[in-house]
Ligand binder design. Sequence first.
Ligand code: G3P
Length: 218
Amino acid sequence: MKIFADTANIDEIKRINDLGLLDGVTTNPTIIAREGKDWETVEKEICAIVDGPVSAEVTADDTDGMVTQARELSKWADNIVVKIPMTEAGLKAVNILSKEGIKTNVTLVFSAAQGLLAAKAGATYVSPFLGRLDDIGASGLELVEKLRQIFDIYGYQTEIIAASIRHCQHVEQVALAGCDIATIPGHLIPKLWEHPLTDKGLATFKKDWAEFEQLQKK
Ligand code: G3P
């Protein structure tokens, strides 16, 4: 499963990229606003660091506005993917953009029917939101499982990006569900390699080795 960083924080992106673990990045208006920098500058900086797709989201509501903005965003870098909201206007925009060869990521997907329509419209990626579904008592994982099944039955090439990931279990669950990609908040990615028993075990090894070395010297 590919790992994307759901962040526009350059330090977080570099940290994961330096480990060779980063396959892409996703951003949205909230994530960009959080950094407080110029949007185009930040996206271009991310695109230069990451050897993989970087999602930048349109802010227009209507099809014409989305398409115009998407064409502009796609010129920012070769690896830009345009994030389009899951609305009627968004589906129409995805249909137009896919015919122009502009890659799209349909975002704010909360049902399998929405994901199916996004794939039919020609989306390159579809982003079901796990955490936000769990928050309202529904199952984000169930949605990923349904999308996996539907895309496999009909042979859609659209890749599933599990978004709104809140904890390590989400990552393990979507990996087991055959999800193509998990986009994970930058602060959460280190939690995937950290474990208290690893730290405890390492501390014991160090202590025992130090004692052994002392004995050897006597
Ligand atoms: O980028 C889209 C999604 O991952 C946002 O997640 O945590 O705001 O629900 P969240």
